[in-house]
Design a protein around this ligand. Structure first.
Ligand code: MG
Length: 379
């Protein structure tokens, strides 16, 4: 029986500047084509089936994973980024599969306990070049996943890997070959990567409002001082004066996401029409074409400042983050003093590559695994 190939209508519908697997820069290790899926679909599938992806379910976004089942985790965050990213990519006739693959992989390198975990591990690794979750996401897909007989990592395409690597210091970029070039010479990644990056911002800005309200650490009254929220909440008050707070929050957050996505689509469509890039390679030497409008940018920044000050630096959050940092430091010290405390495979790796193997092991932990390891090692 002949299997149907990738849907040709999809390919025809793409804009000339959309990423196309057939014109991509390929994988590090050449592989035969799949019968029914193109290269970006395969990248997405490899990411979904990876160990690191499943562990996102038990990693903190803002709230510690065990504090409540209603809060976002890295997994649900990544799914929201993928959903927003796909919607934008489809509306602009860009490659949804590439955008989705990048979105699902973008946080694979996150440590347990969110940014607190990263900061602690970065300090522990200061003498070995530090630790940064974005570089680690690339390391996960390039080296740490062990699922193939013939190579380490997932052997993803250049375009997915390029999209995962959002920022990169020059010293590190020089070690990455073609992938590091844009950080040395300047330049943009694909439009699909630019979308995934902004979809991440839209997703966390809005879901952290929702989670912040649910936690009780920030209030609707406070958010009524933030323009993006206030405008939609006031419109709802007028239409539904006796709406209960849960619905008011859900409706307002929904309207906020919609307004930001719509603004991004309109501005990006303008910029693309003005620049009229010849193809997907031409976008790399143009200024960013996926962007918010000048009117929206300060409003998004205002929301981000509010979240930083009212939620991420809330004393209750900082206290839990302090505990989390202590746990990461203690784990690192324990493994450094005696790498034999790690499982045999990680111990062996530590003999081969040194302390980076300890950072890889800790970064791969879920929140609850890190907590149980901490109690095992420190009573
Ligand atoms: Mg993210």
């Amino acid at each position: 029986m002949n299997l149907p190939g990738p849907d040709p209508r999809e390919t025809r519908a793409l804009a000339p500047w959309a990423a196309r697997p057939a014109r991509g820069r390929g994988r590090v290790h050449a592989e035969p084509a799949a019968a029914t899926r193109d290269d970006y679909q395969r990248d997405r599938d490899r990411i979904v089936h990876s160990n690191a992806f499943r562990r996102l379910e038990y990693k903190t976004q803002v709230f510690l994973n065990h504090e409540g089942d209603m809060f976002r985790t890295r997994l649900t965050h990544s799914l929201e980024v993928a959903q927003i990213g796909r919607s934008i990519a489809r509306a602009l006739r860009l490659n949804e599969d590439l955008c989705e693959a990048i979105a699902l992989a973008h946080d694979l390198g996150h440590t347990p306990f969110g940014h607190a975990g990263q900061d602690a591990l970065n300090a522990c690794m200061a003498e070995q070049g530090g630790f940064e979750h974005n570089l680690q996401s690339l390391r996960v897909v390039d080296a740490l996943e062990q699922r193939y007989a013939e190579f380490d990592g997932l052997n993803l395409t250049f375009e997915t890997r390029e999209g995962i690597l959002k920022h990169c210091p020059a010293s590190h970029a020089r070690t990455l070959g073609a992938l590091g070039e844009r950080f040395l010479r300047g330049g943009q990644p694909s439009l699909e990567a630019q979308i995934a990056n902004l979809a991440d911002e839209i997703a966390y800005g809005n879901h952290d409002v929702d989670d912040g309200l649910r936690s009780g650490l920030v209030s609707v009254a406070q958010l009524r001082g933030v323009d993006l929220f206030a405008k939609h909440a006031a419109a709802l008050d007028a239409r539904h004066p006796r709406l209960d707070e849960r619905r008011l929050i859900a409706e307002t957050v929904r309207a906020m996401i919609n307004e930001q996505v719509t603004d991004l689509l309109r501005e990006s469509a303008h910029r693309i029409a003005d620049a009229c890039p010849a193809d997907e390679r031409a976008v790399r030497s143009l200024p960013a074409l996926i962007a918010f409008s000048d009117a929206m940018r300060p409003r998004v920044a205002e929301l981000r400042r509010f979240l930083m000050q009212a939620l991420y630096r809330h004393p209750a959050v900082l206290e839990r983050m302090g505990e989390a940092k202590r746990m990461i430091r203690a784990l690192h010290a324990a493994y450094l003093a005696n790498p034999g405390r790690m499982p045999a495979a990680h111990h062996r790796r530590c003999d081969e590559i040194g302390p980076r193997a300890i950072a890889d092991y800790i970064a791969g932990m879920t929140d609850r695994y890190a907590i149980s390891e901490y109690h095992r090692l420190h009573g």
